[in-house]
Design a protein around this ligand. Structure first.
Ligand code: FES
Length: 166
């Protein structure tokens, strides 16, 4: 038994085929774009090596810059940040420079009257060297800590966590 395809059926099939092909060409890239962050691999390790030599670190806190890639949905950008790093015996300590009052940047020995403390110039906040907020000044909590290590002679910075020194 032979089945004849009418001219109308042939035209319908042809249009459906071409339409499907064009729809797939438009939808697949959009799907890939929407799901792209799910297919991105995790960052390689969480420690960031800086250009500061570990042997340069003393008991006096110094500013240590570090950079990392920040993923904001589909947008990747390079962010530069810094921590205060000092040596406490055999240990390296890294503290966040972000004030726990309203988020200004604290400096070491930034106040002439308190040369051995972290100082926040925004509202005269003060912190001990270990990050403990000094009662009577605006900050309500200690400076956060960062994981810090030596890696082949250079300071490496890891995750931030709540201060465990105070
Ligand atoms: S933001 Fe630091 S004391 Fe207010």
């Amino acid at each position: 038994m032979s089945q004849k395809v009418t001219r109308r059926q042939f035209l319908n099939y042809s249009l459906m085929g071409v339409g499907s092909f064009m729809a797939a060409g438009a939808i697949l890239p959009m799907g890939r774009f929407a799901l792209d962050p799910l297919f991105q691999g995790e960052a390689q390790g969480s420690m960031i090596t800086t250009s500061v030599k570990t042997e340069e670190i003393t008991e006096e806190p110094v500013k240590v810059d570090f950079s990392y890639e920040q993923q904001d949905a589909w947008y990747t950008s390079e962010v530069t940040d810094f921590v205060w790093v000092y040596r406490d015996g055999d240990n390296l300590i890294a503290l966040s420079p972000i004030c726990k009052h309203l988020g200004c940047t604290v400096t070491w020995a930034g106040d002439d009257a308190n040369p051995d403390k972290f100082f926040c110039p925004c509202h005269n906040g003060l912190y001990e060297k270990n990050g403990k907020n000094i009662p009577g000044t605006p900050p309500r909590g200690p400076l956060d800590q960062y994981e810090v290590r030596d890696s082949d002679g250079f300071i490496t910075i890891g995750e931030m966590f709540e201060n465990e020194l105070v």
